[in-house]
Design a protein around this ligand. Structure first.
Ligand SMILES: [Mg+2]
Ligand SMILES: [Zn+2]
Length: 198
């Protein structure tokens, strides 16, 4: 079994850009490469799970998603980090063209991408995490039985602050930790897991 870090992509690893698909628009966020490198070195499998409804909407093709993921790994490798696998959901339940307009099981907050990853490399859930910048990310991770963290990049900080301002003081969303950057989240994970910090 593999202790696994599941990561959202947009707003978590790279700057949020609406319907991102061109490599020239792909910018790694501060702390992302270092956080991923720490997980790599601590023996975690690192997996991306990303909703890409831009494919369903016809804004770009699946091929563009795959090329972008190759480019992402090139950038990460320049900083000694890498992602082991990428899963994406190209569907949308209501919008979109042809076979992409379906109610699928893979679109987060559903867990089809996690199940697929688990079939290909069984996940040690007690030592695995889902991290993203939206509640649908932490919700999907919690549904699959993982520890979860919201990261403050992308939409994360705004969502977290809104949850903190609720008059009842109760955050209705699943979340074990909030970290400003992916590096902060990596340090939290390694602290919990007793990993060595380098
Ligand atoms: Mg995101
Ligand atoms: Zn899907």
């Amino acid at each position: 079994m593999y202790k696994t870090i599941f990561l959202d992509r947009d707003g978590t690893i790279n700057e949020e850009v609406h319907y991102l698909h061109r490599p020239e628009d792909f910018k790694l966020l501060p702390g992302a490469a270092k956080g991923i490198r720490l997980w790599n070195e601590a023996g975690f499998r690192v997996v991306v799970v990303t909703n890409q409804a831009g494919v369903a909407r016809g804004y770009y093709r699946e091929e563009d998603v795959k090329l972008l993921h190759q480019y992402m790994n090139q950038l990460l490798e320049e900083q000694g980090a890498h992602v082991d696998a990428c899963y994406y959901c190209p569907h949308h339940p209501k919008e979109g063209i042809g076979p992409y307009r379906i109610r699928c099981r893979c679109r987060k907050p559903d867990i089809g991408m996690f199940e697929q990853a688990d079939r290909e490399a069984p996940v040690d859930k007690a030592h695995s995490y889902m991290i993203g910048d939206k509640w649908l990310d932490t919700e999907a991770g919690a549904r699959f039985g993982l520890h979860t963290a919201l990261v403050g990049t992308g939409y994360g900080k705004g969502l977290y602050e809104a949850a903190c301002r609720r008059p009842d003081g109760e955050n209705p969303h699943s979340m074990d930790f909030f970290g400003e950057t992916l590096l902060d989240v990596a340090l939290w994970v390694l602290g919990r897991e007793g990993g060595s910090l380098r």
